[in-house]
Design a binder for this molecule. Structure first.
Ligand code: SF4
Ligand code: SF4
Length: 87
């Protein structure tokens, strides 16, 4: 399992999560394999690198980060959106 970044990050991207991640699992849009047209202005968690420690979720000022199993229904698509950024 991994943590997932959801819609509230879009256009906020203050990077507080990136600074605390012990696994360097959080990447900005430019640092993913996403084509330019598919990029949202947000941070993405690589599920293959995430250690599920939860440190990032505690730091996020807009509560954009959830454990995969707790992602709110309205943002479920972000599980795929994060994973596909590194496909
Ligand atoms: S849960 Fe931990 S390892 Fe995973 S992205 Fe957040 S800070 Fe990094
Ligand atoms: S701390 Fe929250 S708003 Fe800031 S980059 Fe990370 S997920 Fe986005």
């Amino acid at each position: 399992m991994a943590h997932v970044i959801c819609a509230p990050c879009i256009d906020v991207v203050d990077k507080a999560c990136i600074e605390v991640c012990p696994s360097d699992a959080i990447h900005l849009a430019d640092d993913t394999s996403l084509a330019e047209g598919d990029r949202k202005n947000m941070a993405y968690i690589n599920p293959d690198e995430c250690a599920d420690c939860g440190a990032c979720a505690d730091e996020c000022p807009v509560q954009a980060i959830f454990p995969e199993e707790d992602v709110p229904e309205e943002w479920k698509e972000f599980v795929e959106i994060n994973a596909k950024a590194f496909a």
